[in-house]
Ligand binder design. Structure first.
Ligand code: AMP
Ligand code: MG
Length: 501
């Protein structure tokens, strides 16, 4: 029984990561094992038969054969301020593995000890945040949101000290890569153009191999353009940037579709693969309000629900800046070449937003006037503090013969006839589009927190399993769904999430 790890990122060299070994923990014990994900990754272990071995491997106490653990270097803009010295302060990349389809995934331990990037941190992770990451990423995956995944949560038998002692845990995170906007910024800040080229080539190989095929065709037809192994043509860099941009559109739009607030969209928490990463201070919106913020440190609402499109554009502009020296030696020339891509991105995400919102009310191809229809609904929702998920669920059901209940029907009394008139010609298609666009259940903050508290108190995972079973089918009402559809009584008015847990 082997895990076929490769060390492709490690092979880039010591300026990209430092060799660091996970710090052993006192008493590793397997709490959660993502059996389905393990199968996809061809990892031949089951919780029933291999719990002890899994706990050894995924706490970092025992090294998987062939693994060369490293902590990755990166920088990042945190709340708009550039910090050149970030990097994995509590994470170890063990290696990468191909899934059954040939897609490569990074296997990373988080909470596995310090590295030279730790600064004052202890390199550890408390059980609560580890469980939260597992729960939220599973829910997001089922919602159809691009996301990093969790393979395992192992408790360490050690305490982690925050404002008080908590049980410690190591969570295994799986991502198509952990390359962030901040990884590019790390080399840019050091004027290390060679490493930037190497990183770009690596990222293309890893995420956009279709660009390599195009490049080969291009070089065969004009041999003068041939590029050296670690060199990269300007054209290729622009194609790469476009490809990264195209991954961010479905990412952020699906957050907006399901009411997800990332909470800490720093450039070090923005992957170039367009996967949701870092579930620290994230939360779900209840009542529709663009200004919704739950993160205790986001005092100015920089990362509020309705700011996320603007922020991803800001982050992508920071990525563009790092690529300028690869695009042209003259900065003005480089800017002139890269700016149209950012303008296109702006257009794509705005258009995508309209299409996504239109789908939420059953319209496949938005026409003139639909933006107004959507905005009028959202204005009512904001004014009446209507629950985002529940309202779209009620509208979906309204197309399937069930009446809209009071007081919602009254609040929407002017809007409903306009909507019905618009979708009348394609009502059945509108209904199925709404069913697949609007989740009936999301991982609501009050349920997530209640489950975390009970798991930590009594170690009993029965309630968590029940919750996960519902969250894994977020577009279908199963027997238990109704237990988790309720909005919080106080509207989550006093709910706060925290970073760096
Ligand atoms: P995050 O807020 O999780 O995105 O982390 C920001 C930075 O702080 C990253 O460089 C992390 O590796 C580092 N960090 C967060 N928590 C810890 C910790 N407990 N020990 C060491 N480094 C940490
Ligand atoms: Mg982070």
């Amino acid at each position: 029984m082997t895990i076929n790890l490769s060390n492709n990122y490690q092979a880039l060299g010591t300026s990209f990561s430092e060799q660091t070994f996970p710090a052993p923990v006192a008493a590793p014990s397997l709490l959660l094992w993502n059996e389905t994900l393990a199968k996809t990754l061809t990892i031949p272990f089951s919780q029933k038969d291999d719990a002890e071995l899994i706990a050894q491997y995924f706490s970092g106490n025992q090294l998987i054969e062939g693994s060369k653990p490293v902590s990755q270097a990166y920088s990042g803009h945190q709340f708009g301020n550039f910090n050149p010295h970030l990097g994995d302060g509590r994470a170890h990349l063990l290696g990468d593995i191909a899934d059954t389809e040939g897609q490569r995934w990074d296997i990373q331990l988080k909470g596995s000890g310090v590295s030279s990037f730790s600064r004052q941190g202890d390199g550890r992770c408390a059980l609560g945040p580890a469980l939260r990451e597992y729960m939220m990423s599973e829910a997001m995956f089922a919602l159809g949101v691009p996301t990093t995944r969790c393979l395992a949560v192992v408790t360490t038998g050690e305490n982690v000290y925050r404002e008080r002692p908590y049980d410690g845990a190591v969570v295994t995170r799986v991502a198509t890569s952990h390359i962030r906007v901040g990884t590019f910024q790390y080399f840019s800040a050091r004027n290390d153009t060679d490493s930037l080229k190497k990183l770009t080539n690596y990222a293309i190989n890893r995420h956009f191999p279709e660009l390599l095929v195009e490049q080969k065709v291009a070089t065969t037809s004009s041999p003068d353009d041939e590029t050296m192994a670690d060199d990269i043509s300007s054209e290729q860099v622009l194609k790469f940037f476009s490809a990264v941009l195209s991954k961010q559109v479905p990412l952020v739009l699906s957050w907006l579709r399901v009411g997800f607030i990332h909470g800490v969209m720093n450039t070090d928490n923005t992957t170039i693969s367009g996967e949701t990463i870092d579930y620290g201070p994230c939360a779900m919106m209840n009542a529709y309000d663009l200004d919704t913020v739950f993160s205790s440190i986001d005092r100015n609402g920089r990362y509020a629900f309705g700011k996320q499109i603007g922020i991803i554009q800001w982050n992508m502009t920071r990525l563009a800046e790092t690529l300028l020296p690869l695009v042209a030696s003259d900065e003005d020339d480089a800017v002139a070449k890269i700016e149209p891509l950012l303008a296109q991105f702006h257009q794509d995400i705005q258009q995508g937003y309209l299409t996504m919102m239109a789908a939420k009310i059953g319209i496949d191809e938005p026409e003139q006037g639909d933006a107004q229809l959507i905005n009028d609904l959202l204005a009512i929702m904001q004014k009446q503090k209507l629950d985002y998920t529940q309202t779209f669920t009620a509208l979906t059901k309204a197309l399937n013969k069930s009446e809209i209940e009071q007081p919602l029907a009254d609040m929407l009394n002017e809007w409903l006839p306009r909507w019905h008139a618009r979708i009348e010609p394609f009502k059945a298609a509108a209904h199925s589009l709404m069913v697949s666009t609007n989740p009936v259940v999301i991982p609501r903050n009050h349920h997530v927190e209640a489950l975390l508290a009970s798991c930590q108190e009594n170690g009993d995972l029965t309630a968590l399993d029940k919750f996960l079973a519902v969250l894994r089918q977020p577009y279908t009402e199963i027997t238990d769904t109704k237990h988790y559809q309720d909005a919080p009584v106080d509207g989550d008015n006093s709910y706060h999430t925290y970073c760096g847990t």
